[in-house]
Ligand binder design. Sequence first.
Ligand SMILES: [Zn+2]
Length: 129
Amino acid sequence: MIVKLKKGDILLLLIVLIAGISYFGLKLLYKDTGNKTVVISVNGKEYERVDMRNLSSEKLIHIELEEGRYIDIKADSKGAYVSDVVCPDKICQKTGVIDRVGQSIVCLPNKVQVFIEGNEKADVDGVSQ
Ligand SMILES: [Zn+2]
């Protein structure tokens, strides 16, 4: 009896779990297109990722680089940009704000890349929301 009861509980738990996962999976795939993450990589290695939805105010990411150089990246719920940098060409700073999934800021001299990752596959697949 005890075993049967436990099996039933596990089954119920599994159903709830699967339903929950399906719900969130569908939500991520079809509804929540606002999920964007600012991913910063330095020297080809991931340095930091910031979930834009969780940013209530502007976040400053200050990265110390070699030989006293640095780059300041500011991110908020609307986008990300290079606010200050020690860089010979400053192309990264001139890029301005990126706010769409797939956009990126590249600082070649400092080997820093900032890009927005997300699940806005609707744009890529041509399936409108
Ligand atoms: Zn640069």
